[in-house]
Ligand binder design. Structure first.
Ligand code: CP
Ligand code: NVA
Length: 341
C-alpha cells in the first residue's frame, strides 16, 4: 500500500479545494490500493483501532452512510450514526457547541446536510477532522470515487473528456468541476441556462484548469457537448431539499436525459472509450415511488444497464475512497498506554 504522507493528518475535507492536486490524486490511488487489499486479504492490523467516528446526517443516505460505516468497521473504529432527529444540532444547540461536544469524544466526524456553512462551522469548532459527505453545494467524497472509477476503467485521468448533463449548479456537479480541473480531464457542464453553475464555482475551477492545461466548458447544447466524450455523467434533476421544484425541473431538463441516442453521439460507444456514471440514487425506470407514473428521468434504463455503465463499481468505490480519506486524516494510535499502570 502507498505510504500515507503526514501532511494529510488531522485535516478536514470540506471541498476538493482543500486538497492540492497531488493530495487529491494520492487519495484516489490510495483507494485503488485499499480496494485491491480488501479483495485479496484482510490487513493484519486495523489502522483505526481505538478511534471513534461520528456520522452527523441531516439528509438521508444509502451510499455515504454505509461507505463510512464499513470503512470504519474494516479499520477497527467505532461508528455512531446521528440522524436528524437524534441530536440537538441547530435546534436546541448551536452548531459550534455540538461541534465542541462531539470533538471531545470522537476522532473524526462525517457530516451530511443542507447549508455548507454548517460543515464549515463543525470543522472550525470540533478540533478533529470533519469530512463532508454532501452539502447543498459540495460532494467531495463522491467526486473522489468518480475519479477512481474513471481511472480504473481508462488507467489514467489526463486528457479524458467528461460531460455532465443535468442540474449544472448542484453539489455533485460543483465537485466534479473541481475534480476534473485538478486531475486534468476536460469537463463540459451541459445544462439549461436557468440551472447554470454559480460564476464563482466556474471561476475557481477554471483557474485550476488553466494551470493544468485543461478546460471547463459550459454548454446548453447536449448534442454538441457529448461529441468525443469518454465519460457521460448525470445526477438526479431535483436534489434533496429542492423537492418543490420537481415539475419545473422535469420541463427544463428533459432534453438533457442521457439516452441511447445521445450516448451514440459521443462516437465512443463501440470502442470501450465511453463509460456512464451516476452518483445514485437514479431514476432510470418506473420502479420507484416517484417515477411509477413518469418512468425514466435523467437516464434511460438502456443506458443505466448498458455494458458501459459503471454505476455500481462507482457506488462501491465510495467505500474505498472514504476509507482513504479517513486513514489519511487519522494516523494509527500508538499502542503503549502508561497513564494508568
Ligand atoms: N451518492 C450518494 O451520495 O448517495 P447517498 O445519498 O445514498 O449517500
Ligand atoms: N445532487 C443529489 C446528490 C445525491 C447523492 C442531491 O443532493 O440530492
Amino acid at each position: 500500500m502507498l505510504k500515507i504522507p503526514s501532511n494529510l493528518e488531522h485535516r478536514s475535507l470540506l471541498t476538493l479545494a482543500d486538497l492540492s492536486d497531488e493530495e487529491m490524486l494520492f487519495l484516489v490511488d490510495l483507494a485503488v490500493d485499499l480496494k485491491k487489499e480488501k479483495k485479496t486479504c484482510r490487513p493484519s492490523t486495523q489502522r483505526l483501532s481505538g478511534r471513534n467516528i461520528a456520522a452527523v446526517f441531516e439528509k438521508p443516505s444509502t451510499r455515504t452512510r454505509c461507505a463510512a460505516a464499513v470503512a470504519a468497521a474494516d479499520e477497527g473504529a467505532s461508528f455512531e450514526y446521528l440522524g436528524r432527529n437524534d441530536i440537538h444540532l441547530g435546534k436546541k444547540e448551536s452548531v459550534a457547541d455540538t461541534a465542541r461536544v462531539l470533538g471531545g469524544m470522537f476522532d473524526g466526524i462525517v457530516f451530511r446536510g443542507f447549508a455548507h456553512r454548517t460543515v464549515e462551522l463543525l470543522a472550525q469548532h470540533a478540533g478533529v477532522p470533519v469530512w463532508n459527505g454532501l452539502t447543498d453545494t459540495s460532494h467531495p467524497t463522491q467526486a473522489l470515487a468518480d475519479l477512481m472509477t474513471v481511472k480504473e476503467h481508462f488507467g489514467h485521468l489526463e486528457k479524458l473528456k467528461m460531460v455532465y448533463l443535468g442540474d449544472g449548479r448542484n453539489n455533485v456537479c460543483n465537485s466534479l468541476m473541481l475534480a476534473c480541473a485538478k486531475a486534468g480531464l476536460d469537463f463540459v457542464n451541459c445544462c439549461p441556462r436557468e440551472l447554470s453553475p454559480a460564476p464563482q464555482a466556474v471561476k475557481q475551477a477554471r483557474a485550476i484548469a488553466e494551470r493544468n492545461r485543461t478546460s471547463i466548458e459550459i454548454s446548453e447544447d447536449p448534442h454538441k457537448a457529448v461529441a468525443g466524450a469518454n465519460v457521460l455523467y448525470t445526477d438526479v434533476w431535483v436534489s434533496m431539499g429542492e423537492e418543490s421544484q420537481f415539475q419545473q425541473r422535469l420541463n427544463l431538463l428533459q432534453p438533457y436525459q442521457v439516452n441511447w441516442g445521445l450516448a451514440e453521439e459521443t462516437d465512443n460507444i463501440e470502442s470501450d472509450n465511453l463509460i456512464f456514471l451516476h452518483c445514485l440514487p437514479a431514476f432510470h425506470n418506473s420502479e420507484t415511488e416517484l417515477t411509477r407514473e413518469l418512468g425514466a428521468l435523467e437516464v434511460t434504463e438502456e443506458v443505466f444497464e448498458s455494458s458501459f455503465s459503471r454505476v455500481f463499481e462507482q457506488a462501491e468505490n465510495r467505500m474505498h475512497t472514504i476509507k482513504a480519506v479517513m486513514l489519511s486524516s487519522l494516523p494509527p494510535l500508538k499502542n503503549e498506554c502508561t497513564v494508568i499502570p
